[in-house]
Ligand binder design. Structure first.
Ligand code: ACM
Length: 533
């Protein structure tokens, strides 16, 4: 889906100079805090026109939704649930007409050109109105509204307010349709509740894809009825030898449902033919020599391979993909394909070329790590690029050539977008094989021009992977994700013309008190002028 251009120019002129003009100046002691400027949000909105009276949320404020849209009502209910504890206001959701309060509008003149996900937010004396063509737009607009309220609104106990929203208009549509985050639940298992917590965090930054890395050498995390030992045995441990775990089908459906309620699509990954020790350990017959290796709890990569010459291998893959496709309403299945150092190149090509049609057979679109371009990507396939600045020219060129033949790209350069890389030498968690990735480094690149020669339109978007070798808890995950996740989310959403590190770091700093209020232990990067510290 291309970004609708229609309405953007209307506000462009007004927006010039505001997107980069944010200042971190603190209010004078005793003065009421000024309302957050409309452009001090992450991701940066496409266009902002500040001005006019502020809106103040009060004890009588209602949230008005159009009659006949269950989704609008549900989103309004979610917003009310977020705002009630800190404001103490009842914030009833109503379909009764009226032009005051928080007003959600679906369709109509104001929604023209906003596409699937865009929104218009207008704040004035009596109302904040969010208009969208589709419910996803209302949801994203609602997330922007959260950021325009004081950070204390995120607390779960009653706060004094006042709850002002600056006056003006935001008109906002995404640059890319694919704005993803990946969570590796194989190296360490994350429970359904932990995944839901991360989903809520991703949704705040308008991320709309959750890629779950469901299998690897250390653990198989999804129940497959036709191969029950995969999860029961192959999921029984994790890095370091802990207990591991897996999702039952009901668990997985619950994750999919919850993600959808936050406008994220789940993209499940079964990594093949390498990264398969957990499967090979579960079924001896999957091994070329018929012998099952032991379970693996270390952190090496590239030592396992499915047996490419065995017929049973493809029955196995077919069964897994069939069951996974049946659980997955989204259109994508990720088949991995990275780091196959234990598979010969001809075997790799045979395997990937045999397996891709199985994804299509179950009505889904192939996603693979960019090594897929070394086989023959099927029509419509998506390659996820995880190379680095120093990736060799031949490997880059292979990816670029594939895009010239129709393969589309999701960009996750490891030395930019990998959230599990250490920030610097002192970071207590994470890995460093792709180098240290500072907050600036993760933000300061352009997905549109990152790989020279890729046709415009071949870049579907960006994704921030989080590998979990060193992560034992949500707190560990959040320390590496925040603040870098916000930067990758912005690269996916905001127009290239808003890209500016000096302005971004000020907008990012304003997120700190929100994360504090939400109990997120983020990394206080010295590059960012954090507020109130
Ligand atoms: C990867 O980092 N092996 C995709």
């Amino acid at each position: 889906m291309r970004r609708p251009r229609l309405l953007i120019p209307l506000l462009l002129v007004a927006a010039a100079g505001t997107a980069t003009g944010a200042s971190a100046a603190a209010p004078a002691p005793g003065a009421p805090a000024a309302a957050t400027p409309l452009d001090r949000v992450v991701p940066a909105p496409a266009a902002v026109r500040p001005g006019g009276a502020a809106f103040t949320l009060g004890s009588g404020t209602r949230i008005r939704v159009p009659a006949g849209s269950g989704e609008a009502r549900r989103i309004a209910g979610y917003l009310a649930g977020l705002l009630r504890p800190s404001t103490g206001f009842p914030l009833p959701v109503t379909t009764r007409g009226g032009a005051d309060g928080i007003v959600f509008r679906l369709g109509g003149r104001d929604a023209r050109g906003l596409g699937e996900e865009g929104y218009r937010l207008t704040s004035g004396g009596r109302a904040v109105t969010i208009s969208a063509a589709r419910p996803a737009g209302l949801f994203h607009g609602m997330q922007t509204l959260r950021q325009l309220l004081p950070a204390a609104v995120e607390k779960r106990s009653r706060q004094p307010g006042p709850w002002r929203v600056a006056g003006g208009t935001i008109l906002d549509t995404p640059r890319y349709a694919y704005r993803g985050a990946m969570l590796d639940v194989s190296r360490h298992f994350f429970t359904v509740e932990q995944v839901k917590r991360y989903i809520d965090q991703l949704a705040q930054y308008k991320v709309n894809k959750l890629h779950l890395h469901l299998s690897d050498d250390q653990g198989w995390r999804i129940a497959i009825d036709s191969w029950p030992r995969l999860a029961r045995y192959g999921g029984s441990t994790q890095v370091g030898g802990g207990r591991g775990g897996h999702y039952s089908k009901a668990d997985y459906r619950e994750i999919v449902r919850y993600a959808a309620s936050r406008y994220l699509t789940v993209i499940p990954e079964i990594d093949m033919p390498g990264h398969t020790n957990a499967a090979l350990a579960s079924y001896a017959d999957l091994n070329c020599d018929g012998k099952a290796p032991p379970l693996y709890t270390g952190t090496k990569v590239g030592f396992s391979s499915l047996c490419v010459s065995k017929k049973l291998t493809y029955q196995f893959v077919d069964d897994v993909l069939r069951e996974l496709a049946a659980l997955t309403p989204g259109r994508y299945l990720h088949i991995g394909g990275d780091e196959t150092h234990a598979t010969s190149h001809p075997d790799y090509v045979t395997f990937m070329d045999t397996v891709q049609p199985l994804v299509a057979k179950y009505g889904k679109t192939v996603v693979g790590w960019h090594e897929l371009t070394g086989a023959h990507p099927v029509k419509g396939a998506i390659a996820q690029y995880w190379g680095r600045d120093k990736t060799g020219a031949a490997e880059r060129q292979r990816v670029v050539d594939a895009t010239q033949h129709g393969t589309r790209l999701v960009l996750s350069p490891a030395d930019r977008a990998y959230l599990d890389m250490k920030y610097d030498k002192d970071t207590p968690l994470g890995l460093e094989w792709a180098g240290y990735v500072s907050v600036r480094r993760s933000y300061d690149w352009d997905p549109g021009s990152y790989l020279a020669g890729v046709p415009a339109g071949a870049v579907l978007g960006v994704e921030a992977p989080m590998w979990a070798e060193t992560l034992g808890s949500s707190a560990n995950l959040e320390y590496l994700a925040f603040p870098r996740l916000a930067g990758i989310a912005e690269l996916g959403w905001s127009p290239a013309r808003t890209h500016d590190w000096d302005a971004y770091r000020v907008r990012l700093a304003a997120q700190g008190p929100r994360w504090d209020a939400q109990g997120i232990d983020y990394y206080r990067a010295p590059e960012v002028p954090w507020v109130g510290r």
